[in-house]
Design a protein around this ligand. Structure first.
Ligand SMILES: Cc1ncc(COP(=O)(O)O)c(C=O)c1O
Length: 386
């Protein structure tokens, strides 16, 4: 079979399973899908701040021109890393990455070694799985947020232990029991790798995330923060000790073999955190929108993920069914997307709703009304009831 035919066949197979992905652009709809929880990506004020700072620094450079280990390093990159470590994440050091995906890939692929074990929550993001697969360590999953299950697996394994978790889970929006996990890790001398993708910005002082908010940051060996979600810009960093970041500079292939972030990207990161320091009440505004949604949603008596965060998942079994509801919501001007299997486990397909500071009570009411209309038009409601 020639290559084109093989590719077509693979796509056809996906299509038949109802799992074919396509890029789409939805404009002028109410945003219940983006990760722009605090509205920073569309903030005119932040945009102006970045523009001014960029002009003021007179860098006269568009690109970084190479890997950090070659031509791509700069005083600006060093400065932003120190700023993030000292002023935001309370760590000895931070190391910048082009994205959260590559930061997670870097950490998981090069730190755990042969003979080590990576214990990972069954719901961690694809980038943690991919990083772990690249490592020579053994991989053992534990039930979502179930520390009893995790502990029961520790005894069966010798070798260094790593625990890979997220602060706020990307698909369910629920929170990791971080304080308890830290205590467990201490008991077994295990190292925690914490992905703060969905808590950076919206949790903690100055947007420092969940570990800082709970006062356990110093007890977590490796923390990963991303800037493309609530911070409204792009990129990521790993926060930890000096020796950790030095190790990554030496061994992390996704750091070594790639072009460093652009100066504009670096400035945007610092401006976004400076902006949030001034506008920290946005966190409160987000919380109040989440509470409004939760109160209204409760009246529907539908099953949803146990989440108090900006990510809310409404379980609708089956790819076809969830696609149908997403299409109805889209037609009503609500930008809600279906999350289908295999992105999530079969039987846990869902409408994933992201809440934002920009959503009004009327927007949320409209969403709830459409969900209600769908529920009365469908016999599947029985399945959805708790
Ligand atoms: C939990 C989690 N970690 C990491 C990432 C990747 O971050 P980035 O988009 O910066 O590559 C995502 C993105 O969706 C995520 O949800």
């Amino acid at each position: 079979m020639d290559l084109e035919s093989w590719i077509e066949q693979a796509l056809q197979l996906r299509s038949e399973k109802g799992t074919l992905r396509n890029l789409s652009i939805s404009e002028n709809k109410i945003d219940f899908v983006s990760n722009d929880y605090l509205g920073l990506a569309q903030s005119e004020k932040l945009y102006q701040l970045i523009e001014e700072k960029y002009k003021q620094l007179q860098l006269h450079r568009n690109g970084s021109t190479g890997s950090r280990l070659l031509a791509g390093n700069s005083a600006l990159a060093d400065e932003i890393e120190s700023y993030l470590a000292k002023k935001i994440f309370k760590s000895e050091k931070t190391l910048l990455f082009n994205s959260g995906y590559t930061a997670n890939l870097a950490v998981l692929s090069c730190i755990p070694q042969k003979g080590d074990v990576i214990f990972y929550d069954e719901l961690v993001h694809a980038c943690m799985h991919d990083g772990a697969r690249l490592s020579k360590a053994d991989r053992i999953s534990f039930k979502h947020n179930d520390l009893i299950d995790l502990e029961s697996k520790f005894d069966k394994h010798i070798g260094r232990k790593f625990i890979a978790v997220e602060s706020i889970y990307s698909m369910d929006g629920d929170q990791c029991p971080l304080v308890e996990l830290v205590a467990l890790a201490k008991k077994y001398n295990a190292s925690i790798i914490l992905d703060e993708a969905h808590s950076t910005g919206s949790y903690g002082e100055n947007g420092s995330g969940l570990a800082c908010a709970l006062g356990v940051a110093s007890q977590i060996d490796i923390r990963i923060y991303t800037f493309g979600k609530a911070m409204g810009v792009h990129g990521a960093c790993v926060a930890g000790s000096e020796v950790l970041t030095h190790y990554l500079i030496n061994f992390a292939r996704p750091f070594i073999y790639t072009t460093a972030p652009t100066p504009h990207s670096l400035i945007s990161i610092q401006c976004a955190f400076e902006f949030l320091r001034q506008e920290i009440s946005l966190q409160q505004k987000l919380k109040s929108n989440i509470n409004y949604f939760l109160n209204q949603f409760e009246k529907l008596k539908w099953k949803k993920s146990p989440s108090n965060s900006a990510i809310q998942s409404i379980l609708i079994k089956g790819n076809e069914e969830v696609k149908l509801l997403a299409a109805q919501l889209q037609d009503a001007g609500l930008d809600c997307r279906a999350i289908r299997s295999p992105t999530v486990k079969i039987g846990t397909e869902r409408i994933r709703i992201c809440l934002h500071t920009s959503n009004t009570n009327e927007d949320i009411d409209k969403l709830i009304l459409r969900l209600h209309e769908y529920s009365i038009s469908k016999s599947v409601i029985k399945e959805l009831e708790p």
